[in-house]
Design a protein around this ligand. Structure first.
Ligand SMILES: C[S@@+](CC[C@H](N)C(=O)[O-])C[C@H]1O[C@@H](n2cnc3c(N)ncnc32)[C@H](O)[C@@H]1O
Length: 271
């Protein structure tokens, strides 16, 4: 088994429906509230790594009659974004395949650039931020939100979740990515040449039945009973990732010992 970082970057979560359905529930209000006060009608906005585009769609409403463009390296997810957006018939909203490492847009052509839960998957987050910076017009604003998986707390203790997180960290480090991206963000911005930065933090919590039920709604395969538990969400989510998404194929590529670990996690997820 080789622990060498593979030559090409892999988006670890992949675009299995179990993953994309959860992303598609995000909105500009729930995932990007911190940048909304900076958006004005008439702006041109780029959403980097837009996934199924539900956040981009909210941006399009805010910047109309300006334009919102979502880019993503995955042709499949861009197809989904287009079909979901078809329902809204927003004329100022477009999606296209593209990588932030090699944007096709001219420098200085966006008033706002945004990336939600993307940088933690990249091997070269500072290069990506440099590209985003170059795309900004004078006075433009960049909004980035990333996870910090190392700050996750579960109670009661769950051996299965510990294994799931260990697996997630292991695969990310093999891929050259940074699951603790949150704590690195300010430094990455500095290294990318940004002067003024504002940092805020948000905590997502499943501390009560209502919160858990809401999160569980992200997972149609996990109907919550009258007294939902965090497992209602996390179990099918882990099951989807470990059993069917790109995580599964990354584990297979990593080698047999990882596969055994994955089976144990998968068993937890199946219950
Ligand atoms: C965790 S998803 C987030 C999707 C969306 N922003 C959201 O929050 O719902 C990360 C997305 O970034 C995309 N991505 C990964 N590397 C990229 C790159 N170099 N350029 C653009 N998109 C990229 C992936 O294909 C994936 O759809």
């Amino acid at each position: 088994m080789s622990s060498a970082v593979p030559a090409s970057e892999t988006y670890q979560l992949g675009h299995h429906p179990s993953v994309v359905a959860r992303h598609a529930r995000r909105t500009a209000e729930t995932a990007a509230a911190f940048i909304l006060p900076f958006l004005k009608p008439g702006m041109r906005l780029l959403d980097v790594g837009c996934g199924p585009g539900s956040i981009t769609s909210g941006f399009a409403q805010r910047v109309a009659p300006g334009e919102a463009i979502g880019i993503d390296t995955s042709a499949d997810v861009i197809e989904m974004a287009r079909s979901l957006a078809g329902a809204t018939t927003a004329r100022n909203l477009t999606f296209e395949v593209g990588s932030i490492y090699e944007p096709r847009f001219a420098a200085g052509t966006f008033n706002a650039v945004f990336a939600h839960q993307v940088l933690q998957h990249l091997r070269r987050p500072v290069d990506a931020l440099r590209q985003m910076r170059a795309l900004l017009a004078p006075g433009g604003v960049l909004g980035v939100r990333v996870v910090d998986w190392g700050s996750t707390i579960f109670y009661p203790e769950s051996e299965g979740m510990c294994r799931f997180l260990a697996l997630h960290f292991d695969l990310a480090s093999r891929n050259g990515a940074e699951p603790n991206a949150g704590r690195h963000l300010r430094r990455w911005f500095r290294e990318a040449g940004f002067g003024e930065t504002r940092v805020t933090t948000a905590t997502e919590s499943d501390a009560d039945a209502h919160a858990t039920r809401e999160r569980g709604r992200c997972s149609p395969s996990a109907p919550c009973g009258p007294a939902p538990t965090t497992r209602c969400f996390w179990r099918p989510s882990c099951r989807g990732r470990c059993g069917r998404s790109s995580t599964a194929s990354l584990v297979r590529r990593a080698g047999p010992s990882r596969c055994r670990g994955n089976k144990r996690v998968y068993r937890f997820a199946k219950g």
